[in-house]
Design a protein around this ligand. Structure first.
Ligand SMILES: [Fe+2]
Length: 288
Protein backbone atom coordinates (compact mmCIF):
# COMPACT_ATOMS: atom_id res chain seq x y z
CA UNK A 1 0.00 0.00 0.00
CA UNK A 2 2.98 2.31 0.34
CA UNK A 3 2.85 3.48 -3.25
CA UNK A 4 -0.89 4.06 -3.19
CA UNK A 5 -0.65 5.96 0.08
CA UNK A 6 1.53 8.50 -1.69
CA UNK A 7 -0.45 8.34 -4.91
CA UNK A 8 -2.59 11.35 -4.11
CA UNK A 9 -5.76 9.31 -3.87
CA UNK A 10 -7.05 11.49 -1.05
CA UNK A 11 -9.14 14.46 -2.18
CA UNK A 12 -6.96 17.48 -2.80
CA UNK A 13 -7.02 20.16 -0.15
CA UNK A 14 -3.72 21.92 -0.85
CA UNK A 15 -4.99 25.18 -2.22
CA UNK A 16 -7.22 23.41 -4.70
CA UNK A 17 -10.95 23.13 -4.60
CA UNK A 18 -12.92 21.59 -1.77
CA UNK A 19 -16.48 21.26 -2.90
CA UNK A 20 -18.14 24.26 -4.52
CA UNK A 21 -16.05 27.38 -4.52
CA UNK A 22 -15.96 30.68 -6.30
CA UNK A 23 -12.78 30.90 -8.36
CA UNK A 24 -13.16 34.04 -10.43
CA UNK A 25 -12.36 37.65 -9.67
CA UNK A 26 -15.87 38.74 -10.51
CA UNK A 27 -17.40 36.00 -8.43
CA UNK A 28 -19.52 34.42 -11.13
CA UNK A 29 -17.52 31.33 -12.02
CA UNK A 30 -18.22 28.30 -9.89
CA UNK A 31 -16.34 25.02 -9.81
CA UNK A 32 -17.17 21.72 -8.19
CA UNK A 33 -15.05 18.59 -7.99
CA UNK A 34 -16.58 15.56 -9.68
CA UNK A 35 -14.34 12.97 -7.98
CA UNK A 36 -11.53 13.18 -5.45
CA UNK A 37 -9.03 14.66 -7.92
CA UNK A 38 -10.19 14.09 -11.47
CA UNK A 39 -12.86 16.19 -13.15
CA UNK A 40 -14.38 19.53 -12.27
CA UNK A 41 -17.78 20.96 -13.18
CA UNK A 42 -17.73 24.63 -14.09
CA UNK A 43 -20.90 26.71 -14.04
CA UNK A 44 -21.99 30.30 -13.61
CA UNK A 45 -20.62 31.79 -16.84
CA UNK A 46 -21.25 30.67 -20.43
CA UNK A 47 -18.07 29.63 -22.23
CA UNK A 48 -18.61 32.31 -24.89
CA UNK A 49 -19.00 35.03 -22.27
CA UNK A 50 -15.88 34.67 -20.13
CA UNK A 51 -13.46 37.38 -19.15
CA UNK A 52 -9.72 36.85 -19.62
CA UNK A 53 -9.40 36.23 -15.86
CA UNK A 54 -12.10 33.58 -16.04
CA UNK A 55 -10.35 31.91 -18.98
CA UNK A 56 -7.17 31.78 -16.88
CA UNK A 57 -9.13 30.30 -13.98
CA UNK A 58 -10.54 27.66 -16.33
CA UNK A 59 -7.05 26.92 -17.68
CA UNK A 60 -5.80 26.27 -14.14
CA UNK A 61 -8.83 24.15 -13.27
CA UNK A 62 -8.60 21.97 -16.38
CA UNK A 63 -4.86 21.46 -16.00
CA UNK A 64 -5.17 20.71 -12.27
CA UNK A 65 -8.14 18.33 -12.45
CA UNK A 66 -7.44 17.00 -15.97
CA UNK A 67 -10.97 17.50 -17.32
CA UNK A 68 -13.72 20.11 -16.99
CA UNK A 69 -17.42 19.81 -17.75
CA UNK A 70 -19.42 22.87 -18.81
CA UNK A 71 -23.10 21.87 -18.74
CA UNK A 72 -25.94 23.43 -20.74
CA UNK A 73 -23.76 25.40 -23.17
CA UNK A 74 -25.34 24.42 -26.53
CA UNK A 75 -22.49 26.17 -28.35
CA UNK A 76 -22.48 26.74 -32.09
CA UNK A 77 -19.34 25.48 -33.87
CA UNK A 78 -18.18 29.10 -34.17
CA UNK A 79 -18.59 29.68 -30.42
CA UNK A 80 -16.84 26.38 -29.70
CA UNK A 81 -13.81 27.27 -31.85
CA UNK A 82 -13.66 30.81 -30.46
CA UNK A 83 -13.63 29.47 -26.89
CA UNK A 84 -10.84 26.96 -27.48
CA UNK A 85 -8.77 29.54 -29.38
CA UNK A 86 -8.51 31.59 -26.20
CA UNK A 87 -6.33 28.87 -24.64
CA UNK A 88 -3.90 28.34 -27.54
CA UNK A 89 -4.04 28.58 -31.35
CA UNK A 90 -6.28 25.95 -32.90
CA UNK A 91 -4.68 22.79 -34.25
CA UNK A 92 -5.92 19.79 -36.20
CA UNK A 93 -4.82 16.16 -36.46
CA UNK A 94 -2.91 15.64 -39.74
CA UNK A 95 -4.53 13.03 -41.95
CA UNK A 96 -8.04 13.55 -40.56
CA UNK A 97 -11.06 15.05 -42.31
CA UNK A 98 -12.27 18.54 -41.50
CA UNK A 99 -15.92 19.50 -41.18
CA UNK A 100 -17.01 20.88 -44.56
CA UNK A 101 -18.42 24.08 -43.06
CA UNK A 102 -16.16 24.56 -40.02
CA UNK A 103 -12.63 23.44 -40.89
CA UNK A 104 -11.40 23.61 -37.28
CA UNK A 105 -14.01 21.03 -36.27
CA UNK A 106 -13.44 17.28 -36.41
CA UNK A 107 -16.60 15.18 -36.29
CA UNK A 108 -16.53 12.27 -33.84
CA UNK A 109 -19.19 9.88 -35.06
CA UNK A 110 -19.47 6.20 -35.59
CA UNK A 111 -21.40 5.12 -38.63
CA UNK A 112 -23.40 1.95 -38.10
CA UNK A 113 -22.21 -0.43 -35.45
CA UNK A 114 -18.49 -0.45 -36.24
CA UNK A 115 -15.88 0.22 -33.63
CA UNK A 116 -13.70 3.24 -34.41
CA UNK A 117 -10.13 2.60 -35.57
CA UNK A 118 -8.78 3.81 -32.24
CA UNK A 119 -10.52 2.39 -29.20
CA UNK A 120 -9.24 2.49 -25.65
CA UNK A 121 -7.50 5.01 -23.41
CA UNK A 122 -5.27 7.43 -25.29
CA UNK A 123 -3.97 10.99 -25.39
CA UNK A 124 -4.84 12.86 -28.57
CA UNK A 125 -2.46 13.12 -31.52
CA UNK A 126 0.68 12.18 -29.57
CA UNK A 127 2.50 11.37 -32.82
CA UNK A 128 3.37 14.96 -33.74
CA UNK A 129 6.17 17.13 -32.33
CA UNK A 130 3.76 19.41 -30.51
CA UNK A 131 0.69 17.41 -29.49
CA UNK A 132 -2.49 19.33 -28.66
CA UNK A 133 -2.61 20.76 -25.15
CA UNK A 134 -6.39 20.88 -24.79
CA UNK A 135 -9.11 18.94 -26.54
CA UNK A 136 -12.76 19.82 -26.24
CA UNK A 137 -15.89 17.99 -27.27
CA UNK A 138 -19.36 19.42 -27.69
CA UNK A 139 -22.42 17.19 -27.67
CA UNK A 140 -24.31 17.26 -30.97
CA UNK A 141 -26.39 14.08 -31.06
CA UNK A 142 -26.43 11.69 -28.12
CA UNK A 143 -27.69 8.13 -27.73
CA UNK A 144 -30.48 7.62 -25.15
CA UNK A 145 -28.05 5.67 -22.97
CA UNK A 146 -24.37 4.78 -23.16
CA UNK A 147 -21.59 6.40 -25.16
CA UNK A 148 -19.88 7.84 -22.08
CA UNK A 149 -16.33 9.18 -22.13
CA UNK A 150 -13.92 8.10 -19.38
CA UNK A 151 -10.87 10.08 -18.27
CA UNK A 152 -7.82 8.80 -16.37
CA UNK A 153 -5.49 11.05 -14.34
CA UNK A 154 -1.83 10.73 -15.39
CA UNK A 155 -0.53 12.88 -12.52
CA UNK A 156 -1.80 10.26 -10.12
CA UNK A 157 -0.44 7.52 -12.37
CA UNK A 158 3.01 9.11 -11.98
CA UNK A 159 2.61 9.69 -8.25
CA UNK A 160 1.46 6.08 -7.82
CA UNK A 161 4.77 4.72 -9.10
CA UNK A 162 7.51 3.86 -6.64
CA UNK A 163 10.38 6.35 -6.29
CA UNK A 164 12.60 3.71 -7.89
CA UNK A 165 10.41 3.54 -11.01
CA UNK A 166 10.03 7.33 -11.09
CA UNK A 167 13.81 7.74 -11.11
CA UNK A 168 14.18 5.04 -13.75
CA UNK A 169 11.73 6.79 -16.09
CA UNK A 170 13.35 10.17 -15.65
CA UNK A 171 15.19 11.08 -18.86
CA UNK A 172 13.70 8.13 -20.77
CA UNK A 173 11.94 8.76 -24.08
CA UNK A 174 9.27 6.77 -25.91
CA UNK A 175 8.71 6.60 -29.65
CA UNK A 176 5.20 7.59 -30.78
CA UNK A 177 3.79 6.59 -34.15
CA UNK A 178 0.56 7.34 -35.97
CA UNK A 179 -2.28 4.83 -36.01
CA UNK A 180 -5.98 5.10 -36.67
CA UNK A 181 -6.07 8.22 -38.87
CA UNK A 182 -7.56 8.22 -42.35
CA UNK A 183 -4.35 9.26 -44.10
CA UNK A 184 -1.36 8.25 -41.94
CA UNK A 185 1.03 9.23 -44.73
CA UNK A 186 0.32 12.89 -43.88
CA UNK A 187 2.13 12.45 -40.55
CA UNK A 188 5.80 12.97 -41.40
CA UNK A 189 7.79 10.83 -38.97
CA UNK A 190 7.65 9.02 -35.66
CA UNK A 191 8.50 11.33 -32.76
CA UNK A 192 10.22 10.81 -29.41
CA UNK A 193 8.56 12.22 -26.29
CA UNK A 194 9.64 12.03 -22.65
CA UNK A 195 8.09 9.26 -20.56
CA UNK A 196 7.43 11.85 -17.86
CA UNK A 197 5.89 15.18 -18.78
CA UNK A 198 5.71 18.37 -16.75
CA UNK A 199 2.53 20.36 -17.21
CA UNK A 200 3.57 24.00 -17.69
CA UNK A 201 0.36 25.29 -16.10
CA UNK A 202 0.63 23.36 -12.83
CA UNK A 203 4.33 22.51 -12.74
CA UNK A 204 3.24 18.97 -11.87
CA UNK A 205 4.75 15.88 -13.47
CA UNK A 206 2.61 13.24 -15.19
CA UNK A 207 3.26 9.90 -16.81
CA UNK A 208 3.08 10.40 -20.59
CA UNK A 209 2.11 7.07 -22.09
CA UNK A 210 -0.67 6.05 -24.44
CA UNK A 211 -1.99 3.09 -26.42
CA UNK A 212 0.86 0.56 -26.87
CA UNK A 213 0.08 0.52 -30.62
CA UNK A 214 1.04 4.22 -30.70
CA UNK A 215 3.79 4.21 -28.11
CA UNK A 216 6.03 1.47 -29.39
CA UNK A 217 9.61 1.77 -28.19
CA UNK A 218 11.73 2.98 -25.28
CA UNK A 219 14.95 4.71 -26.24
CA UNK A 220 18.04 2.59 -25.61
CA UNK A 221 16.07 -0.49 -24.61
CA UNK A 222 15.45 -3.72 -26.50
CA UNK A 223 12.10 -4.13 -28.25
CA UNK A 224 11.03 -6.65 -25.61
CA UNK A 225 12.06 -4.44 -22.70
CA UNK A 226 10.38 -1.36 -24.17
CA UNK A 227 7.15 -3.09 -25.09
CA UNK A 228 6.84 -4.68 -21.64
CA UNK A 229 7.62 -1.43 -19.86
CA UNK A 230 5.09 0.54 -21.93
CA UNK A 231 2.46 -2.18 -21.49
CA UNK A 232 3.00 -2.09 -17.72
CA UNK A 233 2.77 1.71 -17.53
CA UNK A 234 -0.34 1.82 -19.71
CA UNK A 235 -2.00 -0.80 -17.54
CA UNK A 236 -0.86 0.99 -14.39
CA UNK A 237 -2.43 4.28 -15.52
CA UNK A 238 -5.78 2.49 -15.65
CA UNK A 239 -5.25 0.23 -12.68
CA UNK A 240 -5.13 3.04 -10.13
CA UNK A 241 -8.75 3.97 -11.03
CA UNK A 242 -8.12 7.70 -10.74
CA UNK A 243 -10.87 8.33 -13.24
CA UNK A 244 -13.89 10.40 -14.05
CA UNK A 245 -16.66 8.93 -16.22
CA UNK A 246 -18.72 11.48 -18.09
CA UNK A 247 -22.31 10.68 -18.97
CA UNK A 248 -23.17 13.05 -21.78
CA UNK A 249 -26.13 15.43 -21.52
CA UNK A 250 -27.51 17.68 -24.28
CA UNK A 251 -25.61 20.97 -24.39
CA UNK A 252 -22.47 19.62 -22.67
CA UNK A 253 -19.06 20.95 -23.55
CA UNK A 254 -16.13 19.01 -22.09
CA UNK A 255 -12.49 20.03 -22.21
CA UNK A 256 -9.40 18.14 -21.03
CA UNK A 257 -5.65 18.59 -20.85
CA UNK A 258 -3.93 15.93 -22.98
CA UNK A 259 -0.66 16.47 -21.09
CA UNK A 260 -2.01 14.81 -17.94
CA UNK A 261 -5.07 12.83 -19.09
CA UNK A 262 -5.99 9.67 -20.96
CA UNK A 263 -9.51 9.38 -22.33
CA UNK A 264 -11.64 6.68 -23.94
CA UNK A 265 -15.03 6.65 -25.57
CA UNK A 266 -17.31 3.81 -24.49
CA UNK A 267 -19.00 2.42 -27.58
CA UNK A 268 -21.82 0.57 -25.87
CA UNK A 269 -24.75 2.41 -27.46
CA UNK A 270 -25.53 -0.01 -30.27
CA UNK A 271 -26.91 1.56 -33.42
CA UNK A 272 -28.00 4.79 -31.74
CA UNK A 273 -26.14 7.77 -33.21
CA UNK A 274 -23.54 9.55 -31.12
CA UNK A 275 -22.04 12.69 -32.63
CA UNK A 276 -19.60 15.01 -30.92
CA UNK A 277 -17.71 17.96 -32.38
CA UNK A 278 -14.02 18.07 -31.44
CA UNK A 279 -11.87 21.19 -31.37
CA UNK A 280 -8.24 21.15 -30.21
CA UNK A 281 -5.55 23.71 -29.59
CA UNK A 282 -1.83 23.28 -29.96
CA UNK A 283 0.57 22.55 -27.15
CA UNK A 284 4.27 22.91 -26.52
CA UNK A 285 6.92 20.34 -27.32
CA UNK A 286 6.64 17.91 -24.36
CA UNK A 287 9.33 18.33 -21.72
CA UNK A 288 10.13 16.58 -18.47
FE1 LIG B 1 -9.29 11.09 -28.52
Amino acid sequence: MAALATAGLEPRTDGALAGMEDVSEGGALRAELLTGQTGVRITGVAVDDMTDAQIEAVRRLVSTYCVAVFPEQFVTPQQHVAFVRRFHPITFTPGEDRHVDWPDVHVIARPGNDLPPINGFHTDTCFVERPPSYTSLAAVELPPTGGDTVFANLYIAYEGLSPVMQRWLSGLRFKHVVTGTKRPEEVPNPVWHPALRTNPVTGRKALYVTLPMRCIEAEGMTQREGKNLIAFLYEHAQNIYAMYRHRWQPGDLVMWDNRCTLHAGVYDHGDAPRTLYRVMCEGERPFE
